[in-house]
Design a protein around this ligand. Structure first.
Ligand SMILES: CC(C)(COP(=O)(O)OP(=O)(O)OC[C@H]1O[C@@H](n2cnc3c(N)ncnc32)[C@H](O)[C@@H]1OP(=O)(O)O)[C@@H](O)C(=O)NCCC(=O)NCCS
Length: 207
């Protein structure tokens, strides 16, 4: 009777496929920044640069948003809520917001590592590559969008904060208007906070 040798087994298409999938999964989890990044301060030279979104960035921005949701939301939200948020940030919404407002991307060596959008008086879609969070990049995007809002004459900025991002916005001076929730699939809820910040001039007074 034919007996499969371990070498033949090792080369079987199923095993190769499984190995390829494992490598792909591990690579997708690898931080975009070297492992020791958490222990060092990001220098100005290391920093990705901010620029305006172009339509050719769509795929990279959507990928960034979706992998950040996959990495950051499951500890805070149920599966239905995570899926709802991922679906909300589709091609159409990203393009429409960029056309109607101002979308920024943080880019380094051709990779998009952060994004944020101002539409009217609302800031939305602030996402930073999971392996690069807590290096001041989110703050950088917010500062630039707030400056843009001020230029456009916006007096008060509004935003919807996710549970994991609430403290980030607290630290940037946003006040919580209310904690609210949205019904998603299977009667589950997507909790978030409505927040606002009144922009002030150099004298610290509102516009
Ligand atoms: C929220 C987010 C954009 C913040 O970006 P970031 O680059 O990590 O933020 P920064 O490094 O600029 O943080 C600035 C300050 O905010 C605070 N902060 C940021 N993330 C925080 C967190 N998870 N918990 C508590 N404080 C936080 C800290 O005070 C930080 O200053 P510190 O580094 O000196 O402590 C990023 O964590 C992210 O993409 N999260 C997942 C997606 C998301 O929820 N986006 C918001 C949609 S509403």
């Amino acid at each position: 009777m034919y007996k499969e040798s371990p070498f033949q087994f090792g080369r079987s298409p199923d095993r190769r496929y499984a190995t390829a999938m494992l490598i792909r999964e591990r690579l997708s989890r690898a931080p975009a920044w070297p492992r020791h990044a958490e222990e060092r301060v990001m220098t100005a030279r290391d920093r990705p640069a901010l620029r305006a979104f172009e339509e050719t960035d769509l795929f990279a921005v959507k990928s960034l948003v979706h992998r950040t949701i996959a990495a950051c939301y499951p500890g805070h939200y149920c599966m239905e809520a995570v899926r709802f948020v991922a679906n909300y940030h589709g091609d159409g919404a990203i393009l429409e917001d960029a056309r109607q407002g101002c979308t920024l991307v943080l880019e380094k060596a051709g990779r998009i590592l952060g994004t944020g959008t101002l539409v009217g008086d609302e800031i939305k879609r602030i996402f930073v590559e999971p392996g690069l969070q807590r290096h001041g990049l989110g703050r950088l995007i917010m500062q630039r969008l707030e400056a843009q809002a001020a230029l456009l004459g916006v007096a008060t900025i509004l935003l919807d904060a996710s549970l994991p991002a609430k403290q980030f916005y607290d630290g940037l001076g946003y006040a919580t208007v209310e904690r609210t929730s949205l019904e998603v699939e299977n009667g589950r809820r997507l909790d978030h906070f409505k927040m606002r910040k009144t922009l002030t001039g150099l004298d610290g007074q509102p516009w």
